[in-house]
Design a protein around this ligand. Structure first.
Ligand SMILES: CC(C)(COP(=O)(O)OP(=O)(O)OC[C@H]1O[C@@H](n2cnc3c(N)ncnc32)[C@H](O)[C@@H]1OP(=O)(O)O)[C@@H](O)C(=O)NCCC(=O)NCCS
Length: 152
């Protein structure tokens, strides 16, 4: 599948909010949360766009001091297992290296074994658990970390 990774703009808000409802049906971010995130100066908002302009995936990440964190990532069901999430996260890692970040963090539900496998494959390792971090349904979070200095 041909796609490009590009910065998100306000023109994509509806498409991103629609895809979010498909990817996180139980507890989606609202359009308003996406709007606020897009205008947050600490956050980078990236899209994977198909040739026809369709939003195939998105990644929001933030950086504070020398740490980065994934705020949200999803790929449209029909576009999965084609490397799109990996490509989005590689942009995060590139940003981290260019901006001197030491560590990148993310959280994942233990039940989300597919996402956890993706993160493991990219070098993230479990560094702790947060009790009852998620609601709807309630679940702990696995906290994962990638040390950029050891990233090849
Ligand atoms: C998790 C998600 C973002 C992965 O996106 P993706 O574009 O399919 O991921 P990639 O194609 O880059 O996957 C790279 C590798 O990660 C692993 N992986 C990804 N999804 C997997 C799955 N469902 N089961 C097992 N391994 C998986 C595989 O090793 C895969 O390589 P392979 O396809 O060659 O076997 C996507 O499934 C999604 O949007 N899920 C719903 C939203 C979500 O859970 N977001 C993460 C919240 S923490």
């Amino acid at each position: 599948m041909n796609y490009q990774i590009v910065p998100m703009t306000a023109a994509h808000l509806d498409a991103v909010a629609d895809l979010e409802k498909i990817c996180f049906p139980e507890d989606p971010w609202s359009r308003r949360i996406f709007e606020e995130t897009l205008s947050n100066e600490n956050t980078t908002s990236l899209l994977a766009l198909a040739e026809d302009g369709k939003v195939l995936g998105y990644l929001f990440f933030s950086a504070v001091l020398d740490e980065g964190g994934v705020d949200n990532i999803a790929v449209a069901p029909a576009a999965r297992r084609q490397g799109i999430a990996s490509a989005l996260l590689e942009e995060f890692h590139r940003y981290g290296r260019e901006h001197g970040l030491a560590s990148l963090f993310l959280e994942v539900r233990p039940s989300n074994t597919g996402a956890a496998a993706l993160y493991e494959k990219l070098g993230y390792r479990e560094v702790g658990r947060r009790k009852n971090y998620y609601l709807d349904p309630k679940e702990d979070a696995i906290m994962m970390k990638l040390e950029l200095t050891t990233c090849t």
